[in-house]
Design a protein around this ligand. Structure first.
Ligand code: ADP
Ligand code: MG
Length: 263
């Protein structure tokens, strides 16, 4: 018979290999039959692989920071339908290649929710990529100028969930808008898009610098989509108000945008 450690190594069961003593000690205490022991041992290996998969997908997702749904205070945002968020957290929208649009003014938690739902998708074994619109556009425009647009579109079509944050802070050029449309067509009904924006749909014509294109974009984006419209107050300002940093002076939207970069 082959040595157990050699077998585990050849089968690439390195999680079980490192946990072998613990698993055996546990089994001895637990009074398990052969099947029970085998199940426990294999489960140790499987859990290790799951965990490693989550960690590697988390790295590949390139979230700018990590926030979870548990850290989201729904009491503070009563306009947000908890049931819908809970439904999205089940990640079936990614399995069905449906889209999610998060709308609302700065500071209401759009990015927080996008990251939190992205983490749920990562935990459910989906590949995720997080990009700001700005970096997406930089990437697409550069790719076109360097004659490798096709390859870049292909890379961006790969993740099961592509999160595009902050549509609308910077107006897009026509070239950028048409590049975005090509990406949308590429992913249509094949992979999920999650878009956050501070602009309502009515303003997307201006954001994309082209009303006809904006209509075509909205048509595809919203065909299979959940839209969350967050109408509440900025969470950042609430924290500043609490800390007494804001006097009676009111804060304009522009100032809010500049604080955005700091989070
Ligand atoms: P937006 O993307 O809508 O501008 P963010 O998601 O960046 O807003 O939220 C701003 C900050 O406030 C982040 O640190 C976020 O974690 C926090 N935040 C926003 N809304 C909530 C909330 N309801 N509960 C807890 N933290 C929140
Ligand atoms: Mg944001």
């Amino acid at each position: 018979m082959m040595e157990l450690s050699v077998l585990l190594e050849r089968l690439k069961m390195d999680h079980l290999l490192t946990q072998l003593d613990g698993v055996c000690a546990q089994a001895a205490k637990g009074d398990l039959d052969y099947q029970g022991f085998l199940a426990q041992a294999l489960e140790a290996e499987w859990r290790g692989r799951q965990q490693r998969g989550i960690e590697s997908r988390l790295r590949l997702a390139r979230f700018p920071w990590i926030k979870t749904l548990d850290q989201f205070d729904f009491e503070f945002q009563p306009s947000l339908d908890r049931k819908v968020v809970r439904e999205l957290a089940g990640v079936t929208f990614v399995e069905r290649a449906e889209n999610v649009v998060l709308l609302g003014p700065p500071g209401v938690g759009k990015t927080h929710l996008a990251i939190a739902l992205g983490i749920k998708a990562v935990e459910a074994s989906c590949s995720v990529l997080f990009l700001t619109f700005e970096s997406l556009m930089g990437r697409l425009v550069r790719a076109r100028h360097e004659n490798r647009l096709e390859r870049t579109l292909q890379q961006l079509a790969y993740p099961r969930l592509l999160i595009l944050d902050e549509l609308g802070y910077l107006p897009l050029t026509r070239e950028e808008a048409s590049l975005f449309f090509r990406l949308l067509v590429r992913r249509y009904e094949r992979g999920s898009l999650m878009v956050t924006s501070n602009k309502s749909f009515a303003d997307w014509g201006e954001v994309f610098n082209d009303h006809v294109l904006a209509t075509a974009i909205l048509d595809r984006l919203l065909h299979h989509a959940t839209t969350l419209n967050i109408k509440g107050e900025s969470y950042r300002l609430r924290e500043k108000k609490k800390a007494g940093l804001l006097g009676r002076r009111s804060v304009t939207a522009a100032e809010e945008v500049t604080t955005d970069a700091s989070t």
